[in-house]
Design a binder for this molecule. Structure first.
Ligand code: NI
Length: 136
């Protein structure tokens, strides 16, 4: 079994705000991410697939095809967007890095061929905080 990772980057705006709570409680729980007038993050995304390399090519998967899948179904949907307002697959969800990583998993895994398995979505919200999702 071999693992292959593609690194991507996107910028997006969001806020973390539970409309059922008071402003004070939102600020207490979400801190600066509760800012009503939005803020942005520079997200770094690592998409890892796993499998057995093809005998003829030595490749696990065509990385150009993997890049296209990620670009079309993730980066084009998220880059320079407002996660709360512009992204259909985040509709009705809190736009946390945790929920975003899980949503990215579903965006990618449904477009991979049957012989390629998605292993991990690793999503950095800042250089010091990241989330990993393994599909469980
Ligand atoms: Ni934030």
């Amino acid at each position: 079994m071999v693992y292959l990772t593609r690194q991507e980057h996107f910028n997006a705006a969001h806020k973390l705000y539970n409309p059922n709570w008071t402003k004070e409680r939102n600020e207490a729980v979400f801190g600066v991410c509760a800012n009503e007038n939005w803020h942005g993050h520079n997200y770094d995304l690592f998409v890892t697939i796993k499998g057995i390399p093809d005998a003829d090519t030595g490749f696990l998967f065509d990385v150009k095809v993997l890049s296209k899948i990620i670009k079309l179904h993730v980066i084009d949907q998220l880059d320079h967007k407002n996660l709360n307002m512009d992204v259909p697959f985040m509709e009705g969800k809190m736009c946390s890095t945790e929920n975003l990583a899980m949503a990215i998993w579903h965006q990618i895994t449904t477009h991979l061929p049957p012989n390629v398995t998605l292993h991990c979505i690793k999503l950095y919200e800042t250089a010091r905080i990241y989330v990993e999702y393994f599909g469980e």
